[in-house]
Write a protein that binds this ligand. Sequence first.
Ligand code: S3P
Length: 430
Amino acid sequence: MGKHTLQTNITSLQGDIIVPGDKSISHRSVMFGAVAEGVTTVTGFLMGEDCLSTVSCFRQLGVEIEEKNDQMVIHGKGWAGLKEPSEVLNVGNSGTTIRLMMGILAGRNFHATLIGDESIGKRPMTRVTKPLGQMGAKIDGRQHGEYTPLSIRGGGISGIEYHAPVASAQVKSSILLAGLQAEGITTVVEPEKSRDHTERMIRQFGGTVDEKGLSVSVRGGQPLKGTEIQVPGDISSAAFFLVAGAIVPNSCITLKNVGLNPTRTGIIDVMKAMGADITIEETAEEQFEPIGDITIKTSHLKGTTIGGELIPRLIDELPIIALLATQAEGETIIRDAHELKVKETNRIDTVVNELSKLGASITATDDGMVIHGDDKDKFTGGVVSSHGDHRIGMMLAVAALICKEEVSLEHKEAISVSYPQFFADLEKLM
Ligand code: S3P
């Protein structure tokens, strides 16, 4: 592990960054490519550890996947091309891999066992094992299917109408992936709209999906055909530079080719509401996802309230938004964000504890946090930890930029889960 000394006292950040491919879309491109008929070519695939876990699991399921420069080429042979794995499938740190793969395996008439790292072992799984069980898959796991190791024997499943208790794209996608293999129609109704990459992906692979408000339905047995996918840059990775540009003095940063899917752009809405100097140039509706360039300049910020249907549109950005709020005038309230407790870490606790160590004035609440703002020039330094959570690690590296004293980061390696070249990109701006 070892401690890593972060850059502090930065007086300006200037330049352009091409952020790496979107994590959610990269996972789905491999999964859909694996179950489609024919070749799928994915350009701009995120070569982060999470997406590579998806690739290795599908190789174990018998799918040929080639890595060519920045492309992944997947040789799909349809759903029936998936074979019973002879070894345990290890998803590493990736919640998207395990939850979506469970949906795929729910329709396959063979046995598989799934495990992950220590963090995956604490993440709730009945949110997918319960509805997939209702569809007819035989699933078991530690504490009645709540935790890994999970074992599954799928096949012979039927469509259901499922009212999800939480807005979660992983839950929705898992059920839809099972639904594509089920008898009849499968419908998921969400309390709020979560990211819709799976719905867009089904259409991109030639399938049909019906969306009516918060309800999404698929018909089982429809053919999916291999295609070409251009993965946009990940707005969740761009978020770290959006906040760095806003809070470091004398800064101007342009993030190129960022995915601007409206189910993901909550951070832009919040930054605008806080008064950030942010401009967006939509470049093209590239294939199936909108993309554009975002420019951020050092900003004078004011506090805001974040809750309700906005939460699923920025759930992964809440740690870096909390840092942004420390530099705003007045209080920021984050509420309705219970889901933060079941991410790679309990992100209410890790954000509050780690930012407090650097001098922030921030309080945990049951469903979010209150950030007291006006911490400009108050960040000192200290020893902080990612706790093995990539987004906490990157948030702390951005916080360090405005610290006056030395900052060391423990468990820096977690950042490779979603952004292996994060520090190289950050240094380009200095
Ligand atoms: C994701 C959905 C979100 C998000 C995660 C990726 C996805 O999780 O936090 O990083 O790709 O579907 P939930 O579905 O649990 O909210």
